[in-house]
Design a protein around this ligand. Structure first.
Ligand code: ADP
Length: 266
């Protein structure tokens, strides 16, 4: 029996969705959700129809990052089927596993529960026509990743890392998961997040808190694209906490970084 995963045919499950982009990371806390959210916003700002699925079952952060924590999606009968209606914010259709659980209690998923819940959020929701469907995957490599690649034809994956050695080691594993024969998803490239810090009063200086250009080196070593280097900036963190991703302002320096990232994936 072939070990090749049964990758679904493009457009079979969601025929009106043109591109599915999975945002992943080897480690937690490297800014994967921040990158996924700002990439979605930047693409929407550039005029594309965008959907965002928060599949991070261990720590769904998209509801907070879009200030829709209290949203509860409606279900509507469409064409004889009950479909979940994504929540809309900043022109983006959003569903999160976080909409369906109590936000203050820990989530304990048993066996296939999480996989089944995610399958429903993909297949039984009214995503409609989308140019880009962004998936914020859990960190690491897991059954959830396998479920998703077997459910939906992923156009390409983006792996987020910091320049730090431990993050790079895990990013390598993440890349390996996508490129191995079982999963076989094209890797669009790496994003090096928290690449450096520049204090406001010393605008010429870059401080490489997590090491210098680790993401760049890894991309060269593995011969994959470096899609962007995003510095540590207070507004990026604050934008996430306040539900206003920095990419909403494409003329700001940080917004520009995500606009460039969006242009590198289209
Ligand atoms: P992950 O999804 O990898 O767990 P998050 O996107 O939740 O990581 O980011 C972790 C924390 O770091 C959040 O508080 C986020 O606001 C912050 N953060 C992420 N990227 C940056 C950045 N470039 N500059 C400043 N803060 C950042």
């Amino acid at each position: 029996k072939s070990r090749q995963a049964q990758r679904p045919e493009p457009g079979k499950l969601l025929p009106q969705v043109k591109n599915v982009i999975a945002v992943s990371s080897g480690k937690g806390g490297v800014g994967k959700s921040t990158v996924a959210a700002n990439l979605a916003v930047a693409l929407a700002q550039q005029g594309y129809k965008v959907g965002l699925l928060d599949a991070d079952i261990f720590g769904p952060s998209v509801p907070k990052m879009f200030d829709v924590e209290d949203a509860r999606p409606y279900v509507e009968q469409i064409g004889g089927r009950d479909l979940i209606l994504p929540v809309e914010k900043y022109g983006i259709k959003i569903l999160s596993i976080g909409f369906f659980v109590d936000k203050d209690s820990a989530i304990v998923w048993r066996g296939g529960m999480a996989s089944n819940a995610l399958k429903q959020l993909i297949a039984d929701a009214d995503w409609g026509e989308l140019d880009y469907f962004i998936l914020d995957l859990p960190p690491g490599t897991s059954d959830i990743h396998l479920t998703i690649v077997q459910t939906l034809a992923i156009t390409g994956a983006i792996v987020v890392t910091t320049p730090q050695e431990v993050a790079l080691a895990d990013a390598r594993k993440g890349i390996d998961m996508f490129t191995n024969e079982k999963v076989n998803v094209p890797v669009l490239g790496l994003v090096e997040n928290m690449a450096w810090f520049t204090p406001a009063e010393l605008p010429e200086n870059k401080y490489y808190l997590f090491g210098k250009e680790g993401g760049k080196r890894l991309s060269e070593e593995l011969n994959i694209a470096l899609l962007g280097q995003i510095p540590i900036v207070q507004s990026i963190c604050e934008g996430g906490d306040s539900g206003k991703p920095v990419a909403l302002d494409p003329d700001s320096i940080t917004g520009m970084a995500f606009a460039d990232l969006a242009r590198s994936v289209v």
